[in-house]
Design a binder for this molecule. Structure first.
Ligand SMILES: Cc1cc2nc3c(=O)[nH]c(=O)nc-3n(C[C@H](O)[C@H](O)[C@H](O)COP(=O)(O)OP(=O)(O)OC[C@H]3O[C@@H](n4cnc5c(N)ncnc54)[C@H](O)[C@@H]3O)c2cc1C
Length: 500
């Protein structure tokens, strides 16, 4: 059982781990040190989250009003996918984070999806069925008056650099020892496990357990312990990104928009001070220069002096996320491209599963294998969900989109999901059979498939009945619910002690 943990790397992953550890254990139980190089810096992208980040802040006991203004953060109610499936007649759709109110409308949605799969023309656009999509469309935030009894699910947009700084200060104030130095070498015990980090200034930093948060460099796991990396390149083609900010809006929308581009997609993330934008693409299909020109044209910044940043992405995961006395977290353990902003979600799940393994009391090989199997499975199921976005696209403007649609390198799990959908079987049953609910719920799969208009052709005869959207007057119900919400802009202003 480790008593001294050293985290190498001070990006979001390293500081999330440090904060959760010191919140969980007293200094007498486990001492936590975080080492980072002042010269290498953090990746500085990754500005959108899932609702899991709200859970993270709850676990470390920090309110929105405390951290959000410090990090230029806004609320995120959904992700809007624009231009991914033009041939289905759907220009864009909002993929909502689910809220309690949705319990009242989800049955109508799932039933209509089934009816539509049988060929009848009923409403299936996710925007029409879920409160978050409606709120995002109306520019409203997730704050509700006390009289509104339902919880609204939300994530965040934030400045990654500022979040790293904030979490660093918080961690240090709560007992994390912070060392700023570059690690040049690693000392290992005879059995290969890690003994100490050796810094370029001659320090020897010992511990009995290490956490590799060194980003794509993967200094401890890949470089020192030789853990192999499994690439996802055969079914996730994107390996590069070009990013640049643009001026912000007074009224930031509470959603990320993901626009399909010629050879990838572009995120637009609204912060309180600026937009973060980035074109994620496959270098097999478009050059870095052409991607930058396309991004600038799209953003209207062709003549701007603002420079763009180019990044390479290693998409895949380690064969083992816990090896000997070392755990990998964040980009050092793997990355599944940012389409669903799932990276920090995976970091947090990995930390929480590790903490619960620690609490079990003995670090056996069996425990370590079980941990690895769980995290491996997580990565694979998130990958499948993202692959589905590409597989379902109906664009014909480039070889990239056609290759994605024709991609047959699908996991059995994903094949079974698509099979159940297209064969008009019960998708919820299939999701339950595969035990996938903890990754993405059946409702999320319905939203994705319906959002892409992935339906068979309409039947010739339309009896004209059976539309639960109309029968249950879902539109009236949701618009009445939305009356309880105030503009997103006002929600953000209320977080500042002195708005304006
Ligand atoms: C294009 C792109 C878009 C993304 N979008 C999202 C998103 O929307 N949502 C999301 O959740 N995630 C996103 N991510 C992922 C997200 O950026 C990362 O998961 C997150 O920032 C955590 O990074 P990290 O802490 O693992 O690594 P980094 O931020 O790279 O930190 C690495 C740390 O290791 C230290 N280090 C490295 N080598 C040494 C050494 N030898 N000695 C000492 N210190 C060392 C560095 O100094 C640094 O502190 C995106 C990633 C990319 C590439």
């Amino acid at each position: 059982m480790p008593k001294k943990i050293v985290i190498l790397g001070g990006g979001t992953a390293g500081w999330m781990a440090a904060n959760l550890f010191v919140r969980k254990w007293t200094a007498e139980q486990v001492s936590v040190t975080l080492v980072e190089s002042p010269d290498i810096g953090i990746i500085g992208v990754g500005e959108g989250s899932t609702p899991f980040l709200e859970r993270f802040f709850k676990l470390i006991d920090v309110d929105d009003a405390e951290w959000m203004p410090r990090c230029d953060a806004t609320y995120k109610l959904s992700i809007r996918f624009a231009g991914w499936s033009p041939a289905s007649g759907i220009d864009d759709y909002s993929h909502p984070f689910l809220s309690q109110v949705d319990h009242f409308t989800e049955r109508a949605f799932v039933t209509n999806c089934r009816t539509r799969r049988l060929g009848l023309d009923v409403h299936t656009h996710p925007d029409d069925f879920f409160i978050n999509g409606l709120l995002a469309n109306e520019g409203k935030g997730p704050h509700t008056p006390d009289s509104f009894p339902f919880i609204v699910g939300y994530g965040y947009h934030f400045n990654a650099g500022l979040l790293g700084e904030y979490l660093g200060e918080l961690g240090v104030s709560r007992g994390v020892t912070h060392l700023q130095t570059k690690i040049d070498d690693v000392e290992q015990h005879e059995d290969g496990s890690l003994a100490a980090l050796l810094s370029d200034s001659g320090e020897r930093i010992e511990a009995d357990f290490f956490v590799d948060c060194t980003g794509f460099a993967s200094v401890l796991m890949q470089k020192t312990l030789g853990v192999k990396f499994e690439s996802f390149k055969s079914n996730l083609f994107n390996d590069s990104a070009v990013v640049m900010p643009t001026p912000g809006s007074d009224s930031p929308r509470p959603e990320t928009v993901s626009y399909a581009m010629s050879n990838g997609w572009c995120w637009k993330i609204p912060l309180t001070t600026r937009y973060g934008n980035g074109y994620v693409y496959s270098s097999d299909f478009i050059s870095a220069d052409d991607a930058e020109t396309e991004l600038r044209t799209f953003l209207g910044t062709l003549d701007s002096d603002e420079s763009a940043r180019h990044l390479r992405m290693n998409v895949g995961q380690l064969e083992r996320h816990w090896e000997k006395n070392c755990l990998a977290l964040g980009l050092s353990q793997g990355f599944i491209e940012p389409l669903e902003a799932t990276a920090l979600l995976l970091v947090q799940i990995a930390i929480e599963v590790f903490i619960s393994s620690y609490e079990q009391g003995e670090f056996t090989n069996k425990l370590c294998d079980e941990y690895n199997a769980k995290i491996h499975e997580r990565f694979e199921r998130v990958r499948d969900y993202i692959v589905a976005h590409y597989k379902l696209n109906t664009r014909d403007d480039s070889e990239y989109w056609k290759a994605n649609r024709e991609n047959m390198q699908l996991s059995d799990s994903l094949r079974h999901i698509l099979d159940a959908w297209y064969r008009r079987k019960d998708l919820t049953e299939e999701v339950q059979r595969q035990n996938l609910e903890s990754h993405f719920t059946s409702l999320s799969w319905h939203c994705l498939l319906a959002g892409y208009g992935a339906f068979p052709a309409l039947a010739k005869d339309q009896p004209g009945t059976g539309d639960r959207y109309l029968q249950e007057n879902v539109q009236r119900f949701l618009s009445r619910c939305a009356l309880n919400f105030s503009p997103h802009r006002d929600n953000l202003a209320s977080l500042h002690p002195n708005p304006g």
